[in-house]
Design a protein around this ligand. Structure first.
Ligand SMILES: Cc1cc2nc3c(=O)[nH]c(=O)nc-3n(C[C@H](O)[C@H](O)[C@H](O)COP(=O)(O)O)c2cc1C
Length: 202
């Protein structure tokens, strides 16, 4: 069984609907650790060694956050800036993250038609997460495209929220139990685009 670390970044968690639902669906799963960055570091003083040890103790690292200005909330960026040290995460002797699977679990206000060449946001979600993919590559990590829940500003009905939360849970269980077709997953636009084609039922 693979161990999964969720680095959760939401600056207004009490007002969250989608991230709260996603998180609630997975936080009691065996093998899953949810680590709330804003709750742990309200003053942004990230304990670098603690974060590095947490990463070392897990096989799969998920960055879960709302999409803010086509990127992450500030604490997740701070986490990257401080924790991914040379000679630990990258460089000729920096192998701590090598081979670990990583992906972002993103919620976004814009809907699918806004994320494309002809849409309001001009680029796809996969394209917009390229800096994160490059970071993963530099660290020798096994990058997967984001699990993305779009269209929050349209006001997702409760049934859709529940469906996305169930998909997230199903995805994490399958990754934990090594039942995901990783080659197919890597090639996709979003991890949750067609879960039935990715997950081998146990
Ligand atoms: C500062 C800020 C920046 C945002 N930037 C984006 C963005 O670039 N693209 C987008 O689709 N939505 C954007 N949003 C909308 C959030 O992604 C959306 O409110 C969030 O995913 C909802 O999730 P929650 O219910 O967990 O809060 C932004 C919201 C805020 C507050």
């Amino acid at each position: 069984m693979k161990k999964i670390l969720i680095l959760f970044g939401h600056p207004a968690f009490r007002r969250s609907t989608m991230n709260a639902a996603l998180r609630e669906a997975v936080e009691t799963l065996d093998g899953v650790t949810v680590h709330d960055l804003y709750a742990s570091y309200p003053d942004f003083l990230i304990d670098v060694r603690h974060e590095q040890h947490l990463c070392e103790a897990h096989d799969i690292i998920v960055f879960q956050h709302p999409f803010y200005w086509y990127s992450t909330p500030a604490i997740t960026k701070e986490w990257f800036d401080l924790v991914l040290e040379h000679a630990w995460a990258y460089g000729s002797t920096g192998n701590a993250l090598k081979g670990k699977i990583t992906f972002q679990a993103i919620t976004a206000g814009g809907s699918l038609e806004h994320y494309g060449k002809d849409g309001l946001n001009r680029f796809t979600i996969r394209e917009l997460t390229i800096p994160y993919r490059a970071t993963a590559s530099l660290c020798g990590m096994d990058w997967l495209p984001p699990f993305a829940v779009l269209g929050i500003h349209q006001g997702l009905p409760e049934s859709e929220r529940v469906r996305h939360a169930e998909d997230y849970r199903r995805t994490l269980i399958a990754l934990r139990d090594e039942r995901v077709d990783l080659d197919r997953a890597r090639a996709g636009e979003r991890l949750n685009q067609d879960l039935n084609s990715l997950i081998k039922e146990g």
